[in-house]
Structures are given as structure tokens and as C-alpha cells.
Design a binder for this molecule. Sequence first.
Ligand SMILES: [Zn+2]
Length: 470
Amino acid sequence: MNFNNISVLRSVSVILMNCLFVSTVMAQSEATNRLLERNRMFEKQVIQVADNVYTASGYTVSANSMIIGEDGVVIIDPGSSPSTSQLVRQEFEKITDKPVRAIIYTHSHPDHINGSVAFYEEGRGIQVWQRNNYASERGRQVEAGLDADVRPSRAMGSELPDEQRIGVGVAIPPARPAGRSADMAGARQPATTQPASRPQGNVPPTHTFGEDRVSLEIAGIKLDLVAAPGETDDQLYVWLPEERVLFAGDNFYQSWPNVYPLRGTARRSTRDWIASLASMMAENPLVLVGGHTTPITEDTMTVLTNYHDALKWVHDKTIEGAKKFLTPDELVEYAALPEHLADLDYLQDYYGSVEGTVRDIYAQDLGWFDGNVLNLHRENPVQQAQRMADLVGGVDELMSKAKRAMESGDELGAAQLAWHVTKLQPASADAFQLLGEALAIIAERTFNTPVRNYTFSSSNRYLERAADSR
Ligand SMILES: [Zn+2]
């Protein structure tokens, strides 16, 4: 990846040079620095996590593992694309020349399965394992006839220039296939739901199971496959009892879990996820290999317990607060993590967010209505904007106040006021320009990568709209 501090600084400087209202150069934000630091985790490496177990990190969007048995190997999550997964295969072949006997998918997301042809060969009896509800996560937007590309690409930053697209939180930013957006993290549904864009190399399971747990022996390797709904309903974890290694799929990675994907394509049960983490804890693993980020090899039970406890805390506090008629906006503060969990690096909002989790738990259990009676009597956006303009003495004064907010460093205030102006004056280049510039600065300071990417994407669209209006 060609990210570096200089390119980001340059982009921020360009934004600021183009900005009508800010004349001083802003320092690179702490959020940007932390995300650049996080990207160092995704340098290519093969990590030996136990005697006969290796995990490749940084080659594909997901983490890809190999267990070496007596007369063959088992591959867990072959990766995100044939070309990048082929690099993993080459690295694994430097360790052993034993043939692939089985491939296990922890779940059906494309970034975990689309590289399977790099390991799979027809006619060799290779078993491909998943649960019998494989690919049950249907694209709700696709079913509804919604354009399934818009929100994934904005949340993943697929359309952003490289200097803005510095991260996706739990992986290297995936390469952009020519003319397409990325192959990242379920942004696309499996081939079974989108036959028109059937991805390269997605081998369907040859073996599935419907029980909670199956115990297998493949190439002399004893392993359990355990149903573990969470990040997807078809999620499983792989348990190696002799080595005490647990492959968690996307029910664990070093980030706050992505309970609500901003792309809006899935509903994920926090309660199922918590129960699956408890089931993983009961195995008492020495090593925890997540679906993304590097494996946990030290203090594993402490990490797993904290991960479980943190998600349970946010769930329980959200329900507790909802019983008191707190609204989601209030619950975000009410359900915030306690100090001993809030500072842990693997619980930071790199990918999922605590705030998104609170709002999603509320929405799944209680629906869109937040309990505020005024939200049963909403006005349309133009009427709301007109009230705001009337309050300050007209739309011109509203625009002046937006500019003054920007000058004083209140970019969020500026964006909110300018947004109202765009509702009243949809052809106002100045309002769209100010809105786009304010959002660019907000995005650069945003730590959660889907929110950051979505904010940059929106900023760019408003700046284009401003240019089109001139
Ligand atoms: Zn994943």
C-alpha cells in the first residue's frame, strides 16, 4: 500500500488551500495518525501460532490459516481473491508440500471464500466445509430492489482517492477490481445471491452440518466445527482441542465488533454474538485466530473475556436505559464502556462502533421510533430548514452563520447550518462548497473507518455538486 503520512498531509493541505474559510494549516489529526499506525498491523507475514498451525496476515483482506496434519493440510478461510490467496498458498508451500485435504469457511462473506480456487483442485476429493445455512445472509437491499452498491462503496471508501482511503479498520484496504468497487468484508453477497456478478473462485461447500457441533478427523487432525451465529447467521468457529487453538471467524477481530454494518445489508443479533463468545470462552483456548487482524497468542482468555463482557455491557445497558425511556441519542452516553474496558486497543472503534451497536440494538428491538413524541410529528427537511432560517432572520443570515461557524473551527455546526441552506437553495454552490469542506475536515478527524469513509465520500459528492452548480 502506498499510504504515508506525507500523502495524507498533502491531501489535507489541498483541502485547506481550496477552503474559503480556513487560512491556517491544520495538523494531521490524532484519528488519522492512529489509523496509519493500525495499518502497520497488516504488513504481510505468516505467523506460527502453534506447532502445526500457521496464519497468513496481510496478504488477503481476511486472515488465512493452515493446519498441517499427517498426510495433508486443512485451510481455514482461503481469502478474498484468487490472486491474493495464491500468494498465501505460495507462502504455505514454503512450509510444507503436503496436499490440501479440506477447506473450512468460517462464514460465507466474500472476503473469506472468494480465494478458494487458489487452494481447491477438482477431482482430488478436497472437502469444503460450512454450516447447512451457508449464505443465509441474503442481501436485504438486493431483495428489496435497492442499489446494493451505493452504501457499501461509501462505507468502504471504494470510490475515494488513495490519500483519503487510508483504512478499513481490520484489514488492508482491498484492491479495486477494474471498474468495480472492492472485494471487502461482505460488501458483496456470495455468488448464490448475485449470479450476475458471480465472483471468481468461490467454491461451494461439499460438506455441511446442521448440528451445534461436529467432530472431524481430517489428515489426522482432530477438530471441531461449532455453530456460532454472530457477525453472520452462518458463522462457525473451528476448535483444535489438542493444540487449544480457536479460529473465531468474524466473531472476533481486534476492533469493536461490527454489529451494525453501515452498508445496511445485514441484521446481526448482538445476543447471538454474545452467546457465541461465551461458547468460545468455554473452550478455554490458548490461541485465538480472528477473521481479521493478527492472532491473539498471549493472555487469550483475558482478551476473549473482555470482548464478551464489553459487548454484553453495551447490550445490557442499552436495554436497561430503554426501559427508562431514554432515546438512542441518550443511550449512546448511558451505555458507554466502563473505564477498564474503554481503553483496550482491541475494543476501539476501528471497524464497528459502540455507538452504532447501541443504536442497532435499540432499532432491532424497538424499531425506528426513539420514544420522543416530537418524532411522531416530524416536518419535512425543507420545513425544518425554513424554521431555522426564520429563527436567524432569513436564509442569507443562515449562510453567514454557517461561514462564521466554519471560521471559528466549529465544522459540525457549519455543516449543519449549510445543510439547511442547501434545502432552501438547492442550486447554491456556496452552501454545497461549505458543506463539503466542513465534512472533509470532520472526516479527517473521524476514527471509525466506515463513518470516516462515508463522510469523505459524502464530502466529495457535495463538492462535486458545488462545482456543477457554478
Ligand atoms: Zn470478514
